[in-house]
Design a protein around this ligand. Structure first.
Ligand code: SF4
Ligand code: SF4
Length: 697
């Protein structure tokens, strides 16, 4: 068997050298950009958490298993990679032993004759084949040829995917051929357990040649597969665990990424700050974590299938956002890594200088500005790609370096700068709603009264927008009835900065956030309740980046608790069919799904009806990501799509828990009413409004 060992050795050394060369290239490319020390630091200091993430996300395939049957199929195929490593140890062992002793009857020391291992190997190989069949069926049934844009594979590299399925199939059939031949020759380590291999051994002819050729074929296919993997989207087999390890925990939702220059948090007061380095303008501005995202994308399209922009015919696909950057990175890689562009032609220089965003850029501006930051892509991505981080970083460059963004948003930014609210209204109007109540609401002018339990963060919409003011008043009344001591800041409150940050105007966010943190610290705020999920998210998750640490709850969390404790008792029946819309910044970004539903379930008479897309797969209203202040000119309006979905439940009322959702859904419902497509009595209300109606007898 010496010749077999020589052929195997040559094949292995060649393939490993080719793969290693590619791995080195990928490493060098990933490290051309700025550093991301915070990712390493976090992983180092949160090892138990990271270990758990590896177990749950990588080995447990948590996100993929939500997508049965493709999740189940992937689970088995992935585990086949791990378990069948033992088969490769056996295969190489057999070749070496065969070359030395002439008898390829190698077994792994200690566990190598254990029938359970033999069974596991055969079982997972069979399960893998079934997984491949399932993948093939899913791909045919969801083909972009027949489903067009609706197919999650639309835009993916389909040929490469089929090639990989074919290669895995080759690995499995040669595995059984090699093990069957070994069994026929009495060389298989297992006398029981390996049910398929032993059965094949009974029908295959004895003789060393078949076993030798089968072993070489099996190893050969694996080596070719290795080379294909490191040159294709299947690179995720190696990079996905790393991407999960270095992703933001618990996921890249909630807080927007802290802005960094050269790996350090940005300080706008630093005179040495290079404004050209704000955000990402070119592919070379991408950190290694960004490249890891590119390398990890499996092109599964789950993000695309959930994206509200993509689903309403806008040009944004989160998948293509990643793939377009990746393809561009590979195109410019030789020049980026080569360094010397002295003799390069104009076309190469133009490619190197190609802006990430622009009419002729890698990403079209319409793609960038279509994002609502809803988080559906991040939530679904099985390999923890951080689409929102990419989008926000590109927006930062567009806004702060290029001054290029939808003009309508400019008004909002000016208003924030001058009046500390997006509508440009006087700060004195922030307390007007209090006058419409028949009890007193303490307005802080210095320190919070001693007995204050919560500072009620009203938010710009809650204080200034008529529909949102109804929620504000309902919450204030409910807190009053429950005997919760609270106070409000009134004119001392400024916008949290969320719309500025999501637009990419980090400078204004920084200014407003620091101002608010100072105010909150000065008045002695510890516990805050907010009605707006955007305020809630910013106060709870983003202010800590700037040193502001407060205990923040959303009003639905507090109200659900008060109902639970019997401090609020819903008594008046509301005999209505109600469908609840999950606000993205409350649900997906902060995982508050149950409390609004709990409140509704306690109101007598309410018949709750879920929409098709709800909870973590809820569909955005279209207002997040500062889209509230931009025109929606392309495709179907997102709020209309959502209301169409709500109407399918034939509701009497649509409920929600966000002032922006209230406005967006309300507008779409009004349009439907005007067109005669919705009944005139249909309204959208906050769950707090429902509760107060029921609490008041
Ligand atoms: S955050 Fe939402 S809108 Fe933006 S790309 Fe992801 S799914 Fe699409
Ligand atoms: S970004 Fe994630 S969800 Fe989207 S296609 Fe790539 S792997 Fe799939």
């Amino acid at each position: 068997m010496l010749w077999v060992a020589i052929v195997a050795l040559v094949m292995t050394v060649t393939a490993v050298a080719v793969a290693a060369r590619r791995a080195l290239f990928l490493y060098k490319l990933a490290t051309v950009g700025p550093p991301a020390p915070e990712r390493i630091e976090y992983a180092k200091t949160h090892l138990p958490e990271e270990l758990k993430a590896q177990l749950v996300e990588v080995f447990g395939q948590r996100k993929l298993l939500k997508w049965t049957p493709s999740g189940v199929a992937h689970f088995f195929v992935m585990w086949a990679f791990f378990i069948l490593l033992t088969v490769y140890i056996e295969a190489y062992g057999a070749i070496i032993q065969g070359a030395i002793t002439g008898r390829p009857n190698f077994h792994i020391p200690l566990i190598g004759r254990w029938p359970v291992l033999g069974f596991l190997q055969d079982f997972i190989a069979v399960a893998c084949v079934l997984g491949l069949v399932a993948f093939a069926v899913i791909r045919v049934m969801n083909s972009p040829k027949t489903h067009g844009r609706k197919s999650r594979f639309s835009g993916s590299h389909l040929g490469g995917a089929w090639l990989v399925l074919f290669m895995i199939f080759n690995i499995i059939w040669t595995l059984f051929l090699a093990r069957g031949a070994a069994a026929a020759n009495g060389n298989l380590p297992y006398s029981s357990g390996a049910f398929v291999s032993i059965a094949l051994g009974d029908v295959l002819p004895a003789g060393s040649l078949l076993e030798e050729i089968a072993l070489l074929l099996h190893i050969g296919f694996m080596l070719v597969f290795l080379i294909i993997v490191v040159n294709s989207k299947h690179l995720h087999i190696f990079t996905a665990p790393m991407n999960v390890l270095f992703s933001r925990r618990p996921d890249a939702l909630g807080a927007a990424p802290q802005m960094r220059v050269d790996g350090k948090p940005v300080d706008f007061e630093d005179e040495d700050l290079d404004p050209e380095k704000l955000g990402r303008g070119k592919i070379a501005d991408t950190t290694w974590k960004g490249f890891l995202d590119f390398y990890s994308c499996t092109e599964c399209g789950r993000c695309q299938s959930q994206c509200p922009a993509w689903n309403t015919d806008k040009p944004l696909s989160p998948k293509m956002l990643i793939l377009d950057q990746r393809d561009h990175a590979f195109k410019v890689a030789p020049y980026l890594l080569g360094g010397d562009t002295g003799h390069a032609g104009q076309d190469v220089l133009a490619l190197l200088e190609k802006p990430l965003v622009g009419e002729d850029g890698v990403i079209h501006p319409d793609v960038l500005w279509s994002c609502t930051n809803c988080g559906a892509c991040v939530e679904q991505c099985p390999v923890d790609i951080e689409h929102i981080d990419h989008i926000i970083d590109m927006r930062r460059y567009q806004v702060m370096v290029e001054s290029s963004f939808p003009s309508e948003a400019g008004v909002m930014i000016k208003n924030l700068e001058n009046k500390a609210n997006p509508w440009g209204m006087s700060e004195m109007k922030r307390a007007d709603w209090i006058e419409e109540l028949d009890f007193e609401v303490p307005l802080v002018d210095d320190k919070l009264p001693e007995d204050t339990e919560y500072l009620f963060w009203v938010g710009c919409a809650g204080a200034l927008e008529d529909r949102a003011k109804k929620t504000t008043k309902a919450v204030a009344e409910l807190l009053h009835i429950a005997g919760v001591k609270f106070a409000v800041l009134g004119p001392m409150e400024a916008c949290t900065g969320d719309p500025a940050r999501r637009l990419g105007m980090e400078f204004i966010f920084d200014m407003l956030a620091k101002q608010n943190i100072e105010t909150l610290n000065e008045v002695g705020a510890k516990k805050i309740v907010a009605t707006c999920p955007h305020c809630f998210n910013t106060l709870a998750n983003e202010y800590p980046q700037l040193g502001g640490r407060f205990e923040v709850v959303h009003h639905t969390q507090l109200l659900a608790k008060l109902v639970d404790e019997g401090r609020l008792v819903p008594v008046t029946p509301i005999e209505e069919k109600i469908t609840y819309h999950d606000p993205c910044f409350l649900g997906r970004h902060n995982k508050v799904y149950s409390q609004p539903r709990d409140i509704m379930s306690k109101v007598p008479g309410v018949q709750a009806q879920e929409m098709h897309r709800h909870k973590d797969r809820g569909f955005c209203c279209g207002a997040g990501g500062a889209r509230m202040w931009m025109e929606e000119r392309i495709g179907k309006r997102i709020n209309t799509e959502r209301v169409d979905e709500a109407l399918l439940t034939e509701p009497d009322t649509v409920s929600t828990a966000c002032p922006f959702c209230l406005v967006m859904l309300g507008d779409a419902i009004n349009e439907k009413k005007n067109n005669g497509e919705a009944k005139q009595s249909l309204e959208v209300v906050d769950v707090a409004q429902l509760l107060i109606r029921s609490v008041k007898s």
